[in-house]
Write a protein that binds this ligand. Structure first.
Ligand code: B12
Ligand code: SF4
Length: 465
């Protein structure tokens, strides 16, 4: 436990930055890392405030829609806590000026953010988080807006972009300090340096922060983000998990059940969303126990795993438990039905295991359309034909293919090959990591191929077979 040993509480402002992208949909999006930090800082004695540039339910948004000369799109919320962000079309950055898609700022208009900043009052320090590497222009713009209002206040940047590309972030984000890695174990030391005060930390504790994220800082929590684990024991060649969180740690199941109970009662929300890298690694018993424990609470919840889950962990008992508990969004991580692909990228699943998992889920009562299966498209030297075969294979197995376009990630095993084959200069410009661009496109897998493959996934006639 960290405690602040001084009378005056430092005032810390935490900011979730804008997303700048061609497309961004709010699939239960949460700045979970930042909300965990907020909770820890408060427990330690700091005064914490939070501004969410992405806030889709900001009351000030209504006044903006019909402004002449600006092209806004309204936020739309959907019943399960996801939906469309508010956005504005802005010009494409130079590097992607040739891409015939509208580039947008997702989140509140800058005027509104600056007003909110001014109202929040001058803090001692601003902490900004970051997501995808190719969202960095949103981070830079957010920090610039903070500087306009509070030119003398130091800004620290952390999060996924800051961890995967710390040097780039140091050069381009405008932050005073870029702190790669998890906040655990380093944030309090840095706070001592910047805002002063003695932050006492007892050695050996808090290797991982499992506190409840400070959802009360959000205007309207619409879902419950849950982490049952951090990291992943596997090493798929396209994935950054081991860079972002080396090792694999799981929480005590009773703690997670208590968190779901407390948060759902406190905020009156029913949608539980798993944010784990690898929810089912180590098998399905953990999730089966969790769902059983939650079912006994009679809370009438809905469960979602928009991040794919490890197919190997699914068995008939877990499938029945998932159905009974109210699993609504289910995504299995197959990635490809091609055996060579499975061997080459990390062997996280094979086709026999996939077919068994789908049979178990169907046996438990999930309809084919409810079993979404991620298929990775656009890996270096991957042929469109292979993705088409996987689409047909998934449909034939009685599930629904969902294409996930590959985003090359620095530091991963596949990165070097991606740099070699990409027609874009991905090692110099993170904007080219954007999956919308199909960064590793080539003659054997073009943008048109991708469009055709997406249409193929919509074919439903095979599904009820
Ligand atoms: C859950 C998840 C999702 C969810 C929701 C994401 C969200 N934020 O709302 C869903 C399923 C929607 C999703 C979608 C996608 N995702 Co995703 N996702 C993740 C995942 C598994 C976990 C993120 C998370 O919340 N972790 C838990 C929190 C607690 O960790 P954290 O935010 O990193 O915070 C810690 C530290 O970073 C640090 N920290 C954080 N902020 C700050 C601030 C300061 C000041 C400091 C000091 C420290 C600090 O301390 C925190 C506590 O330890 C990550 C993998 C990962 N391990 O991060 C991939 C990941 C971020 N996703 C990735 C990708 C590619 C995608 C997709 C493009 C996939 C696709 N092809 O469709 C889409 C795009 C989404 C979109 N366009 O909107 C990539 C990123 C690629 C990139 N180039 O940057 C990752 C890294 C996975 C991978 N492949 O390796 N994703
Ligand atoms: S199983 Fe999932 S989280 Fe683990 S390394 Fe593979 S892709 Fe990453």
């Amino acid at each position: 436990m960290v405690t602040l040993l001084q009378a005056r509480k430092p005032r810390l402002l935490l900011v979730n930055p804008w997303i700048y992208d061609f497309a961004a949909y709010d699939l239960w999006s949460q700045p979970l890392g930042l909300l965990l930090i907020a909770s820890r800082l408060r427990e330690a004695g700091a005064e914490v405030s939070f501004l969410d540039c992405l806030d889709p339910v900001h009351p000030g948004l209504k006044g903006f829609l019909n402004q002449p000369g600006r092209r806004f799109e309204e936020a739309r919320r959907r019943p399960f806590g996801q939906g469309r962000f508010f956005s504005e079309i802005i010009g494409n950055p130079k590097a992607v000026s040739g891409i015939p898609r509208y580039y947008r700022r997702y989140g509140v208009p800058p005027e509104l953010f600056r007003e909110d900043l001014a109202q929040a009052g001058e803090p001692d320090l601003v902490l900004v988080t970051s997501g995808m590497t190719y969202w960095y222009p949103g981070v830079t713009a957010t920090i610039a807006a903070v500087r306009e209002v509070y030119p003398r206040v130091p800004v620290i940047l952390g999060g996924i972009y800051a961890t995967l590309l710390p040097e780039h972030a140091r050069e381009f984000s405008g932050a005073d300090r870029v702190l790669p890695g998890r906040a655990e174990g380093m944030l309090f030391g840095i706070l001592g340096e910047i805002v002063g005060g003695e932050w006492e930390r007892r050695a050996g504790e808090e290797e991982i922060w499992w506190s409840y994220p400070a959802l009360d800082l959000k205007r309207k929590p619409e879902s419950i983000p849950i982490l049952t684990s951090r990291g992943c024991p596997l090493r798929c060649s396209y994935c950054a998990s081991r860079i972002l969180f080396p090792g694999h740690f799981r929480r005590d199941v009773s703690e997670v059940i208590a968190e779901i109970r407390d948060v759902s009662r406190r905020f009156g929300v029913r949608d539980v969303v798993f944010f784990d890298d690898a929810l089912l690694s180590g098998g399905g018993d953990y999730l089966a126990g969790l769902l059983q424990g939650v079912a006994e609470l009679n809370l009438d919840l809905r469960f979602h795993s928009p991040n794919g889950i490890n197919i190997r962990g699914i068995n008939a008992a877990l499938a029945r438990g998932m159905k009974k508990a109210g699993f609504r969004t289910l995504r299995l991580s197959l990635e490809s039905g091609d055996r060579a692909f499975q061997e080459k990228t990390g062997k996280k699943v094979d086709n026999r295991e996939f077919e068994q998992a789908v049979a178990d889920l169907r046996g438990a009562g999930f309809a084919p359309d409810e079993i979404g299966v991620y298929i990775l498209a656009g890996l270096p030297r991957q042929e469109a034909r292979e993705v088409l075969e996987t689409i047909r294979y998934v449909q034939g197995a009685g599930a629904r293919p969902v294409i996930a376009e590959y985003s090359p990630i620095p530091g991963t095993e596949l990165w070097k090959e991606a740099v070699e084959v990409s027609p874009f200069d991905i090692s110099r410009e993170p904007l080219f990591h954007n999956n919308t661009l199909l960064p590793c496109r080539w003659d054997g897998f073009s943008y048109d191929d991708l469009a055709r493959l997406k249409l193929e996934t919509k074919r439903v006639e095979d599904l009820d077979g």
